[in-house]
Design a protein around this ligand. Structure first.
Ligand code: ADP
Ligand code: ZN
Length: 741
């Protein structure tokens, strides 16, 4: 076989695994190449942003290769979640760490020896344990995957000395390939990973750092709580994080949100351990919508369906911002990142940093100023972020940031306005800062301004109809475009740059921006459109909420996190396509064999019942044509209530009697009866519906068809309930399908 055919077959079997276990239809960018280097035993380093799909890069090959894959992961708290999520997909995975009892560990060793395990998660310090290594040598290792590989580097943001010991793996398993995964972008860290882990001629795959599903915006704070509420209100019943600079602010914001009736919990290092972790769990399990936190929150939180991240103050650096805002939309569905800042945040940070050594303090303050520069540069936010991390984004994002979607507009006469500002700076002898300059231009009666006699400058009061905040913002824009420069010990004093002089001479024109003038309602509608995009197209919102509740209950019963049952994307898929059979269920993205077997029955019943009650058609836009003429035998497993109902149907009891007996709504029971009819492929409705009524319904169907129930109901002058109509329709479908078989 040629190499090419080899690769094709390998790709095919990888794709099959993705489909069968995860229910996804294709690779994400770079995943295929990354997986191929695993199956071909070639060391690799894969750099993809959060949500890029790094874990599948090693989880999928683990299933196609002989032996056991070892996954080194730094966070013990995450291992259980990772393994639970894999098991929910039917993948034999386990973890070994200090939280397991002796018995539990022994069971895992048994599984290893039996050769049934495909993935084993371990912490680095545990891997180097000699007993474990001995066992691993015996059971045969397929490869070693090192997650969060930047932890091996001192240059990264999360150095862990135990990662250094991983070098020894090479000696223990000289034949086994090592694969490293990280989201950390810098070249220095990348090189360090290759060196520290002694990767041999690794395949290095670096993805784009842009997160196209995130929508970024920046606003100056005027009424912080109101600004936060506006965002939260765009996301009823959805999860979001609000980051604050200090613990005190966390408490304040959380309390105020609760007073307004939102469900918010605080998270910061000052809370007792048990309260803090209880709050985190409650958020991850969808019991609390909002977590208000300091930057202490986030490590070890893999929650994929965070729909917004709000910064209620200036982040510490662009790196921090990227990481914290990156916790939104890990599931690749749309999510928004709103940054509210005030220039005074710089002083809050200065206070917090005051006990740091001078060098550290200065470096931090520089990062904070870069962060402010991001706020003041009205350039596509996606481009700014990607550029900061050394990549190029050729095109602007279109409408996924405040700048591109037109939250701002250029001022009418930017040259004249800039000249007013720059000449004031010049006339003040270039010895004052932003706020002072704004006060002069505003014509303020500020004591300092008067004492300096600057009320007699020709620029005094030139911008008196503008607010101080607006003037300050324009000054900052001129700084961001380098027409002005901040100097002095605390970088407070404004000086003209060379290009600033060119502006004064009329040789260059800066771009100055102001918020677009529009009504609140117009703005709100534009923002909502951007946030929702078309990811909700065709989704029945009420059904989505209903299924979300069902997911919550299912997860609770199974001891899983809701997102492990189905992702938000899968729930939307279900509420959009509304499958009626297990075959169609498998066509919904994110449902593989195992989940279909475990939860299919339950979700199908609810969806069918819901659709019947709400007159919604089913099997919408699914790839395969709807096999209307073919009765599909539903999966064999039935839950208890359904079995009970089935027995009662067999006794010839009608829907209303059974509903009363089981304490269920008639519509629910009627859903069961439809399934009973499908299950036994029954064609005759008379055990439950009076013969004369059956005849009338049949006549109606001949006239108006049976695509939807409503027209039948109307045709019968609303004299016959939906329940009997549904039963007759179902039997008729069975009859038709048997005729065509
Ligand atoms: P990372 O580890 O890079 O942050 P994950 O591996 O957690 O990213 O993947 C992010 C999300 O994308 C997960 O919900 C994952 O199941 C999903 N995902 C990964 N690969 C694919 C794919 N090929 N198709 C669809 N969804 C995918
Ligand atoms: Zn943009």
């Amino acid at each position: 076989m040629s190499d090419k055919t080899d690769t094709t077959t390998q790709s095919d079997s990888l794709r099959e695994v993705i489909e069968q276990y995860w229910g996804y239809d294709d690779f994400r960018p770079l995943q295929e190449a990354a997986m191929l280097s695993v199956v071909e035993n070639r060391d690799s380093l894969v750099v993809l942003p959060t949500g890029g799909g790094k874990s599948l890069c090693y989880q999928v090959p683990a299933m196609t290769m002989e032996g056991l894959a070892i996954v080194v992961s730094p966070l013990i708290s995450l291992m259980k979640d990772q393994v639970d999520a894999l098991r929910a997909c039917g993948i034999p995975a386990a973890y070994l760490n200090s939280t397991l009892s002796w018995d539990e560990s022994r069971d895992i060793f048994d599984e290893m020896r039996a050769g049934t395990l495909k993935l084993l998660y371990v912490a680095p310090e545990r891997l180097m344990n000699s007993y474990l290594l001995e066992q691993l040598v015996q059971c045969g290792i397929s490869f070693v995957a090192i997650d969060e590989a930047h932890c091996v580097s001192m240059w990264g943001h999360d150095f862990r000395p135990h990662y250094r010991e991983l070098q020894q793996i090479r000696e223990v398993f000289p034949e086994v390939a090592v694969h490293a995964y990280t989201a950390t972008a810098t070249e220095q860290v990348r090189q360090d990973i290759v060196n520290q882990l002694t990767l041999q001629e690794p395949e290095i795959l670096v993805g784009s750092f842009d997160r196209p599903n995130l929508s970024y915006s920046v606003e100056q704070i005027n009424d912080r709580i109101q600004q936060i509420r506006t965002v939260v209100d765009r996301h009823p019943d959805e999860s979001g994080i609000v980051y604050c600079i200090s613990r005190k602010e966390v408490e304040n914001v959380a309390n105020t949100l609760n007073e307004f009736g939102y469900r918010a919990l605080p998270y910061h290092a000052g809370l007792p351990d048990d309260e803090r972790s209880a709050n985190q769990e409650s958020f991850i399990e969808d019991r609390t919508d909002i977590i208000v936190a300091t930057i202490a929150f986030g490590m070890g939180v893999d929650k994929p369906n965070v729909r917004y991240v709000i910064h209620a103050g200036l982040p510490k650096s662009l790196e921090n911002y990227q990481q914290e805002s990156g916790r939104a939309g890990r599931d690749n569905l749309e999510a928004e990142c709103c940054l509210f800042y005030s220039e005074a945040d710089l002083f809050s940070w200065e206070r917090i940093l005051s006990d740091q050594p001078d060098q550290v303090r200065q470096a931090s303050l520089n990062s904070i100023r870069t962060m402010l520069g991001y706020c003041h540069a009205y350039v596509c936010r996606h481009q700014q972020l990607v550029t900061h991390f050394g990549q190029v984004l050729e095109e602007t994002c279109g409408h996924h940031c405040d700048v591109c979607r037109g939250d701002f507009e250029p001022v009418e006469e930017p040259l004249v306005l800039s000249q007013k500002i720059l000449s004031s700076v010049y006339r003040q002898d270039q010895r004052f800062g932003t706020s002072y300059t704004a006060a002069v231009l505003k014509g303020s009666r500020d004591k300092k301004v008067l004492a300096n006699g600057h009320n007699s400058l020709s620029t005094y009061g030139l911008l008196k109809s503008e607010s101080l905040a607006t003037i300050r913002n324009w000054i900052n824009q001129l700084v961001a475009q380098e027409f002005l420069h901040k100097e002095g010990e605390e970088f407070q004093v404004l000086k003209l740059t060379e290009t600033g002089w060119q502006v004064l001479k009329g040789e260059r024109t800066p771009t100055l921006i102001q918020p677009r003038i529009e009504s609140k309602a117009e703005r709100a509608s534009r923002q909502r459109q951007d946030v929702e995009g078309d990811a909700w197209d065709g989704v029945d919102h009420d059904l989505f909420q209903h299924l979300r509740q069902l997911r919550f209950e299912t997860a609770e019963q199974q001891g899983l996190k809701p997102y492990m049952v189905f992702s938000d994307e899968t729930l939307r898929g279900l509420a959009r396509h509304r499958p009626s059979t297990s075959e169609h269920l498998l066509e919904v993205k994110g449902i593989g064999q195992k989940k279909s077997e475990d939860y299919g029955e339950r979700f199908l019943t609810e969806i069918t019942t819901w659709c019947q009650t709400h007159q919604l058609s089913q099997d919408i836009d699914l790839e395969k044509p709807v096999p209307r003429k073919k009765a599909v035998t539903p999966t064999k497993k039935l839950n208890e209530t359904v079995t009970e109902a089935f027995n009662l149907f067999a006794d010839g009891k009608n829907v209303y009697q059974i509903a009363e007996e089981l304490g269920r709504a008639a519509t629910t029971v009627s859903g069961y009866l439809s399934r009973y009819i499908q299950y036994h492929q029954l064609t005759n409705a008379t055990p439950w519906v009076d013969e004369k009524i059956v005849d009338r319904i049949e006549t109606a169907i001949d006239e108006v068809g049976d695509e939807r129930l409503r027209p039948i109901y109307d045709y019968l002058n609303e004299e016959i309930d939906y329940e009997p109509i549904r039963i007759v329709v179902e039997c008729r479908r069975q009859r038709e399908s048997q005729q065509t078989d």
